[in-house]
Design a protein. Structure first.
Length: 214
């Protein structure tokens, strides 16, 4: 199943490496500042020891997460676009598959941050009514093709939806016209019946007068 997904290039791996280096360097700086702040106070040795253990644990966990993200996470990451949906597979510890129906997509665009700009890569942002998802680290040609393809599909589904709405509107208007014609026919029949009743009443009245004279 996972073999059917499109995978990222080596250039994407390099960009991801730079991103991880920047991210975990910031984490290391924060931990180093926290370490110096803790040791600047005259705290009990037990408190300092616990603080050192926590800082060391965070550093080791960050290093392991970075390595796993660049190996297992990168190898597992992929995407697949069909006529009706987009599937994105990702995850390090667990495999997750996001399925996005194309009918629900409201907007598709290309995004590029500072690190992606260095490698001329883009993220394809996919916006739906309830979420915002991205296909990450794509080349310029691939991302442009995906955006163009998805926009064509979105327009196609929008046209189908509009045609269905127009058809339903036409059917409703036709039913209203039939109902109005039936109402007019019933009204005409009732008026004819009333007219016949009036004529019958006119005929009966003289007869009654003749009986009265006799």
């Amino acid at each position: 199943m996972e073999n059917n997904f499109c995978r990222l290039s080596k250039k994407s791996w390099s960009a991801k490496l730079v991103y991880n280096v920047v991210l975990y360097s910031c984490i290391f700086i924060v931990i180093a500042i926290l370490y110096m702040v803790l040791h600047s106070f005259n705290l009990p040795k037990r408190v300092l020891f616990i603080g050192d253990i926590i800082c060391l644990f965070i550093l080791i966990l960050s290093l392991i997460s970075s390595i796993l993200d660049l190996t297992i996470g990168f190898k597992r990451y992929g995407y697949k676009i069909s006529d009706s949906s987009i599937e994105i597979i990702h995850g390090v510890y667990f495999t997750n598959i996001n399925i996005i129906p194309i009918r629900r997509i409201q907007q598709v665009s290309m995004e590029q941050g500072p690190i992606l700009r260095l490698f001329n890569l883009y993220n394809v942002s996919i916006v739906t009514a309830g979420s915002n998802t991205s296909i990450e680290y794509l080349s310029d040609d691939v991302s442009s093709q995906i955006v163009s393809n998805l926009n064509n599909k979105i327009n196609y589904f929008a046209t189908i939806s509009q045609n269905k709405t127009e058809n339903y509107t036409g059917i409703i208007q036709g039913l209203k016209s039939i109902s109005q014609n039936n109402t007019e026919n019933y009204t005409g029949i009732i008026q004819d019946l009333k007219s016949d009743d009036n004529k019958n009443s006119d005929c009966i009245a003289p007869c009654n007068n003749k009986h009265d004279l006799s």
